[in-house]
Design a protein around this ligand. Structure first.
Ligand code: SF4
Length: 336
């Protein structure tokens, strides 16, 4: 798909002392992106929906001063960020409720400091391996061409004896990662779903076909590979379409002989998310009917609506069977 080009870029004066800033500013100028030299992002487009749309095209280049990393179980030991938010508009995105009314993107340019901090965590945990997730609050692939940070990060982990990196994306712009010295220390995961889910709810992401193309390239480049199948939804033709998904994936990975991991996440929503979703996506086809769902207490201190037991058990069984029938070396990490 076409690269994301922001409508406007804010430059926090703090970043000017980092060598990465010069390259980034020159690149933004080449792309003809208007630049504002300020760390204060002003978005006032009239209505909450317009503010949301404007924010999704606005980027602040700044620094990440977070020293204390938080846990990221079950995916990794810790999470850190090279950026936050993303240019996509997935209707069900769980970040809807955590990133406020104006979820503009931030890209952090103090990459050396971020990696130094990670190194202290790796050393403290020696001789064990320490794993890090860098895509919990962003899609790092979508924003990579604006900074080049992730490539530096992947090569850092490639050199690291005990550090491992995981990331996940819905984007296909992977060509610049294919020749990196990753040393199999970065696990590349793709979020996949049926064409129905992608086409109806994942606006401004790569299509199913584009993601499969990127999967093939990353597999051929020798990265460890995984998939997040999420959010799994029940709709008219769901069984047929999920079956086709795994059959297509099997063909795409015909030459890949390593283990492939799967994380399975059923569709869920909170009350607060539903309110925002219906405001931002007035004609949404998302099934947000609380009556059809089971209210469950979530680990982040919020009630969420998941599928009722018989449906979620059927879903888990069916999807697990599809995976095991198509992949000899499949590991299903969890279903939630
Ligand atoms: S790509 Fe991920 S982070 Fe971005 S809107 Fe979609 S679900 Fe949210």
């Amino acid at each position: 798909m076409k690269l994301f080009i922001p409508d406007i870029a804010y430059i926090d004066p703090k970043i000017l002392k980092y060598k990465e800033s010069k390259k980034t500013i020159e690149y933004l100028e080449k792309l003809k992106v208007p630049i504002v030299n300020s760390k204060k992002v002003v978005i006032d487009s009239g209505s909450p929906e317009e503010n949301y749309a404007t924010a999704k095209k606005t980027v602040l280049f700044t620094t990440n001063g977070q020293k204390k990393l938080v846990s990221c179980k079950p995916s990794a030991d810790y999470q850190f960020s090279l950026s936050s938010s993303c240019p996509a508009n997935c209707e069900y995105c769980y970040l809807q409720t955590t990133q406020g009314e104006k979820p503009f993107m931030k890209i952090f340019l103090n990459i050396e400091e971020i990696l130094e901090n990670i190194q202290t965590y790796i050393e403290t945990n020696m001789p064990s391996i320490t794993s890090f997730e860098c895509a919990s609050i962003t899609d790092p692939i979508a924003l990579e061409h604006l900074s080049g940070n992730l490539k530096e990060c992947i090569e850092f982990f490639g050199r690291s004896e005990k550090g491992r990196l995981r990331l996940v994306t819905k984007f296909d712009d992977v060509d610049s990662f294919l020749t990196l010295k990753h040393n199999k220390h970065t696990k590349f995961r793709f979020t996949l779903n049926t064409p129905y889910v992608i086409d109806n709810f994942e606006h401004n992401t790569s299509s199913f076909k584009e993601r499969i193309g990127a999967v093939k390239k990353i597999a051929a480049a020798g990265y460890p590979i995984g998939f997040i199948i999420a959010p799994i939804m029940i709709y008219d033709n769901w069984r047929v379409e999920y079956k086709e998904l795994f059959e297509t994936l099997k063909i795409a990975l015909a030459d890949y002989n390593d283990e492939v991991s799967f994380e399975l996440i059923q569709h869920r929503f909170t009350k607060a998310a539903k309110e925002l979703i219906v405001q931002r996506f007035k004609n949404t086809k998302l099934d947000l009917d609380e009556e059809k769902r089971l209210l469950k207490w979530g680990p982040y201190g919020k009630f969420k609506y998941v599928y009722k037991k018989p449906e979620s058990e059927d879903m888990k069984k069916y999807i697990s069977e599809l995976i095991n029938n198509n992949f000899e070396l499949a590991i299903i990490e969890y279903f939630t």
